[in-house]
Design a protein around this ligand. Sequence first.
Ligand code: HEC
Ligand code: HEC
Length: 572
Amino acid sequence: MTKVTRAMAVVGLLLVTLLADVAMTQQPAAPTAKPDEGMPITDATVLKACGTCHRPDDQGQMSRISFQRKTPEGWQSTIQRMAALNGLSIDPQTARQVVKYLSNHLGLAPEEAKPAAWEAERRLIDYKYTASADAEFACIQCHSMGRVISQRRTRSEWDLLIAMHRGWYPLVDNQVFRRNGPPPRDPLPDDRPRDLRHPVEKAIDHLARTFPLKTPEWTAWSATMRPARLDGTWTLSGWDLGKGAVYGTVRITADPAAPDEFTTAISYRVARTGETITRTGRGLVYTGFQWRGRSTTAAGADSAMREVMFVDRDWRQIEGRWFMGGYDEVGLDVRLERIHTETRVLGTDRTALKQGGAGQELKIYGANLPAGLRPADIDLGPGLTISRIVSITPDVATAAVDVAATASLGARDLFVAGASKPKAVVVFDRVDAIKVKPDWAMARVGGATFPKMLAQFEAWAFHNGADGRPDTADDLNLGLVDAAWSMEEYAATYGDDDIKHVGTLDAVTGRFTPNVDGPNPVRKGSRNNIGDVWVVAKYTTGATPAATVRARTHLLVTVPLYMRFDPTVGGQ
Ligand code: HEC
Ligand code: HEC
C-alpha cells in the first residue's frame, strides 16, 4: 500500500465512525474496482518530487495526480497543501517546475478554463452556478464555486475530494454536507419518490458527470497545444477602476532559453488625465494560453501587480486582469492586441462632446499615428468638424473639434487615417443625471491584523435620450465625470453612528478606505468599526443656471475574512 492509499484508508475509517448514520450511496472507490484510466506522467522532476508518496503504476500513472486536471493556481494550491499538511518538502524552483509540467500536461483547455476565468482573475463578482443547486449550496460555503468548476476529475477523484474535506475538516458534514433534520418523507406531488441522498452526494454525482477527467476539449487542445509566440509589440486598452480608460503599449520579449517565458515593458496613459505609467515585468504562459505575470514600476515591490490573462488561440489578442492588494480589489481590466506598423485608434480622453461647442479639444490615443496627420484625416461624422490638429505624436493626437448647433445627439464612430473606433464619442446637449458605480459595494476593515479591503466608486453622466425618461434603452452614456464624494448615514437603528467609524471616503477620487479592524474602545460597546453608509456623488452639470445632480449607492463595511480558503499567492 502506498502512503497515500494508506492515508486515504485512515480518512475512510474516520469517515465510517463519524458518519455511521449517514446513508451513503457513493463510497470512495474500492481498491478492487476497475482502475480508472489516468494520464501518464513522464517528467523526472515530478516523479522525484511527488513519487515517494504518489507511486507511479506500470502505465506511468501516479496515484491521485494522474486522475485530475486543473489551472496553475489549482496545482499550486494542491502542492501548498502537500507541503503544509502532508509532509512534502520541496524548494520553490522545483515547485515551479512541477506546476508548469502539471498545468501543461494535466491542465484545462481554453473552453474549459474560460467560464472559471474570474476565479484566477480574482474578480469580486456575484456568480451563480445554475446547473446544480445542491452543488452550489454544498460547495460555496467556504470557497468560491470557481475553485470547483476549474477542476476536472475522474468520478473516484471527486469522491476522494469529499473524503479529503471530511478528513481535514471533520465539521464540514455537520455544517454543510449533510441535510439538517430528518429527510422529507412525503412523496413528490406526482407520486415520484424523493431523491433522499444528502446534498453532497447529489453534488458529487453532478460534478462527476459535468467535469470528467477526459473531455473532447482537452483531447483536442492537448494535440495542438504549443508555446505561444508572443514576441512583439501589443497595444494596451484597459480600465483602471476610478480613473477610467487607459491606453498604451506592451512590448513582450521571449526568453531565448524558455519559449514560454517572457519579459515585458509596459507603458500607458490614463486617458482622462494623461498620467503616464511605466512598468516592467515577467510572464509565463501555461498550457499554451494562460498568462501569469508580475510587473512593477520604478517604485519597486510595493507597486507589484499580478497579471492573469488569456491568450487567444490566434495569438493576436490577450485579455484579462492585473491586480494588487490584500483582497485584490484594486486593479485593471486589460486587453492587448498585436500591432505591427499599422495605425490604430484606441480611444479618447473625453467621451462626450457638447452640441454647439467650438474648438473642443479631443485627445485621440492610438499607435503609429502618422506624423503628418491633417484635420481631413479625422472623421467624426455629420455635424462635427476638425478645425485644427493641436499636436501629434505616434501615440496621441490632440484635435480641436467644432460641433454644430444642429448636430444630432448620439454616438459617433471615429476614423483616423484608416483606423477606427466605433462609438468613440457622444454628442450631448445637457447632463440629466449621474449614476454611481458599482450598484453596491463592500469593504472590509483592516490594517491591524488583516489587510483592508478598499472600495472604489465611479460617477457616470447620462442624458435621458430622445424619450426624455431616465433608465430607458435610449439613454446616452456620457462617460466618467469628476464628482464630489461624501458619505451619509444609512440609518438602520436609532442613533446610528456608522458614518463616524467605518472609514474615510476621498472627496475627489471616490476611494473609500476602511478604518482599522478589531474592537474600538471609543465606540459604544467597543464595537468593531463596521456598519453601512450611503456613498453620495454630486456633480455640477455646467448648464446655465448651474444645476447639481446627485446619486448614491450603498456601502457595507464588514469584518475581514478571518479564514481565507483561497490560495493567496499567484501561479508564477
Ligand atoms: C509525503 C507524502 C506526499 C508527498 C511527497 C506528496 N503528496 Fe500528494 N498527497 C499526500 C496525501 C497523504 C494525500 C491525501 C490527502 C490530501 O488530499 O490532502 C495526497 C493527495 C494528493 C492529491 C489529491 C488531492 C485532491 O484534491 O483530491 C494530489 C493531486 C496530490 N496529492 C498531488 C501531489 C503532488 C503534485 C506532489 C508533488 C509535488 C505531492 N502530491 C506530493 C501525500 C503526499
Ligand atoms: C468547510 C469548508 C468547505 C466546504 C463546505 C467545501 N470546501 Fe472545498 N476546500 C476547503 C478547504 C479548506 C480546501 C483546501 C485548501 C487548500 O488546499 O489549501 C478546499 C479545497 C478544495 C479544492 C481544491 C483541492 C485540490 O487540491 O485541488 C476543491 C476542488 C474543492 N475544495 C471542492 C469543493 C467541493 C466540490 C465542495 C462541495 C461539495 C467543497 N469544496 C466544499 C473548504 C471547503
